[in-house]
Write a protein of this length. Structure first.
Length: 83
């Protein structure tokens, strides 16, 4: 699973990082849902006045999505012979 980190400044001037954002193909059925969740998460963070500077999107999805959908996004493929 390929993930990315998003950095931006909030309206209060603090630097914010969102970690572990999944990179999905555009034609993936879950990409639209993940984008909606990401937009809602960014809006929630931008309104938050706490001093936290790093947030895990993976943990947010774990709390807000069905487990079956979460597993499809962050599926762990086992590697054969540690390769």
């Amino acid at each position: 699973m390929l993930t990315k980190t998003i950095e931006f400044k909030s309206k209060y001037g603090r630097k914010v990082k969102i970690l572990e954002v999944p990179v999905l193909k555009e034609d993936s059925p879950l990409s639209f849902r993940v984008n909606l969740k990401l937009n809602a998460f960014i809006m929630k963070i931008s309104k938050d006045e706490s001093n936290r500077s790093a947030f895990s999107f993976r943990e947010h999805l774990k709390k807000t999505m069905k487990w079956s959908d979460y597993e499809q996004i962050y599926h762990n493929t086992e590697l054969k012979n540690n390769a």
